[in-house]
Write a protein that binds this ligand. Sequence first.
Ligand SMILES: Nc1ncnc2c1ncn2[C@@H]1O[C@H](COP(=O)(O)OP(=O)(O)OP(=O)(O)O)[C@@H](O)[C@H]1O
Ligand SMILES: [Mg+2]
Length: 160
Amino acid sequence: MISRSFLCDSLSSLQRFADQLASQPLIEEANIQLNGELGSGKSTFTRFLLQSLGVKGTIKSPTYAVMEEYLVHTPSKDIHIWHFDFYRFNDPSEWEDAGFRDVFLMRGLKISEWPEKAKGYLSQPDLWIDFQFIDSAQGEDLRNIQINALSKRGEALISG
Ligand SMILES: Nc1ncnc2c1ncn2[C@@H]1O[C@H](COP(=O)(O)OP(=O)(O)OP(=O)(O)O)[C@@H](O)[C@H]1O
Ligand SMILES: [Mg+2]
């Protein structure tokens, strides 16, 4: 497993990280899980990443719907993206009924917040990103972001 981490002290630093990931062609097939406390920046990061990939308009947090789907048209190809927030996922039948199982078998980018709430359903991701608050005397919005690559694709994504 390859890991790297950085101190994120601003939204622009988070955006730079998202832009860098979005610039990798392999992102279009990646499975990414975001771990971290409430308000640690998972949805904010996802918004930056999706905007960087070309998603226009509002990017809603899928807390109630569990899943939001996007299709980005580019001159050369379409990018299919699914954003999950499993915070309120508590009905195992939903995995089959809402078609989540099928989504994870499709080509495209899948990003999941609160993956531990769907433990046992989700497979190992390419990237597992951990958002941790850091206490600082200055009261800044400081976070440590650790990126763990759990597959060859994940390793390529963070080495590129
Ligand atoms: N450096 C930073 N990185 C990320 N978020 C930041 C940063 N600085 C300030 N924020 C703010 O912190 C909040 C993070 O909220 P966000 O909804 O992204 O968290 P979340 O991890 O998705 O929470 P939840 O578990 O409720 O889904 C946003 O209001 C964002 O603007
Ligand atoms: Mg969120």
